[in-house]
Design a protein. Structure first.
Length: 86
């Protein structure tokens, strides 16, 4: 079975929750927004694949307003070392 759904929700407020599994259904990833709700019924392995895909995508994005913590630490260490040498 192949089905495709598309919804443009950029700029809209959304609510996301995971509904735990019951005797009658698996876990449900529920995304609510102003015009409706999308529900993905999935087992834990499938939810993990969704999480991995989203995290991989987000890790690849560089947010200019968010400083790179590792880079800040290196800069602080470099400044401390240079301060002691001088």
């Amino acid at each position: 079975m192949s089905t495709a759904f598309s919804a443009h929700i950029s700029g809209q407020r959304i609510e996301v929750e995971i509904v735990p599994p019951t005797h009658y259904s698996p876990s449900i990833l529920s995304i609510r927004q102003q015009t409706g709700t999308f529900q993905l019924h999935a087992d834990p392995d499938q939810l993990a694949e969704v999480e991995y895909a989203i995290r991989t995508y987000l890790d690849g994005i560089r947010y200019p307003e968010t400083p790179d913590q590792q880079s800040l630490l290196h800069d602080e260490c470099r400044a401390a070392i240079e301060g002691e040498i001088a």
